[in-house]
Design a protein around this ligand. Structure first.
Ligand code: CP
Length: 342
């Protein structure tokens, strides 16, 4: 069976910890030749700055080749629906795309944001699952309804600053934004912080901004497995109090999914959820991070972004290291064993 990286839910904490250790080694020793002759296709159905740069550069640093494709722009548009009459814009089906690319390259990565029409459909993550079903090489998630590469970069950053992370207070706070954004990074933040046994607090304006039950339930279960707590609150001060790590993200209210105008009315009163110095002062000298991109003075103030405790750039850099570790793992290159054998 092919091992993919679609979601961290399919990977144990031990496996992810090993990847983070490998990423640490790669941070100190970036240029390797373990993937000479190997290649990866990067399918971007949505824009990117960090993900594209870090994957392309990472593959180059490992001696391999990355090929970027933007279906619908510089490559044919892709149909993902099974058993459909293709009389829309898409010129080819994911069945052929997966088959052809599998015959050319050794890994395929995809960014496929949800369609923002019907959450009951989007929550099934059918685009990446369709690709994985028809590919004969490992598939990597570059953000769909979860963002597992970001999860690894976040945990690498958290571990660097907190050392032992179990039972440390991880605050995921919703923030305002002019548009209802994807819930992927928020879902992922819950998954990874709970998988590593942190005391997780989710702060959001009201019940409309709760995340999908699937991720809330997974976080609760994983926290319980570690004897840690999972707390949901709408109280800003209580949430920030004694936090060890503050993570911010904006996302759209799921009950208003597909109706950006109605959703905007919901979020209007909550500009006060911005991360600012006053809120950070309530924490246990917490570090602050965000996956980026971030609108300054909407999600976090200049004061926070420019503070020594802001580690968002470190998290972005860590994308490079963790993705290299992941590509090596999927290609069967056990970096740690190789290093130990030296
Ligand atoms: N955080 C992140 O995935 O950034 P990009 O959207 O720029 O790739």
């Amino acid at each position: 069976m092919i091992k993919h990286f679609l979601t961290t839910e399919d990977w144990s904490q031990q496996e992810l910890s090993q990847l983070l250790a490998d990423a640490g080694y790669l941070k100190d020793n970036p240029i390797q030749n373990h993937l000479t002759g190997k290649s990866i296709a990067l399918l971007f159905l949505n824009p990117s700055m960090r993900t594209r740069t870090s994957f392309e550069l990472g593959m180059q640093q490992l001696g391999g080749t990355a090929i970027v494709l933007q279906p619908g722009e510089d490559a044919w548009g892709i149909e993902f629906e099974p058993d459909t009459i293709m009389n829309g814009d898409a010129e080819e089906h994911i069945i052929e795309v997966a088959g052809v690319l599998s015959s050319y390259v050794d890994m395929i990565a995809i960014r496929a944001f949800p369609a923002f029409k019907d959450w009951q459909v989007d929550r099934l993550d059918h685009k990446i699952k369709g690709l994985a079903a028809h590919a004969s090489v490992p598939v990597i998630n570059m953000e769909t309804i979860v963002h597992p590469c970001q999860e690894l970069a976040l945990m690498m950053t958290v571990q660097n600053h907190l050392k032992t992370v179990e039972k440390k207070k991880f605050l995921l706070t919703w923030t305002h934004h002019p548009k209802p954004l994807n819930t992927a990074v928020a879902n992922s933040a819950l998954l990874v912080s709970s998988k590593f046994g942190m005391d997780v607090t989710l702060l959001c304006p009201n019940k409309h901004y709760l995340l999908d039950d699937k991720y809330m339930a997974a976080a609760k279960t994983q926290c319980e497995e570690h004897g840690a707590t999972f707390t949901v609150t709408h109280d800003i001060e209580a949430a920030y109090q004694d936090a060890d790590f503050v993570y911010a993200k904006s996302w759209g209210a799921l009950p208003f999914y597909g109706d950006a105008k109605a959703e905007f009315e919901q979020r209007k009163p909550y500009k006060n959820f911005i991360v600012d110095g006053q809120k950070m002062a309530l924490t246990n000298q917490a570090k602050f991070s965000h996956c980026l991109p971030l609108r300054r003075n909407i999600k976090a103030t200049d004061e926070v972004m420019d503070a020594d405790y802001c580690v968002a750039l470190e998290e972005a850099e860590n994308r490079l290291h963790v993705q290299k570790a992941m590509m090596l793992k999927l290609m069967g290159k056990d970096l740690t064993t190789q290093n130990q054998n030296k």
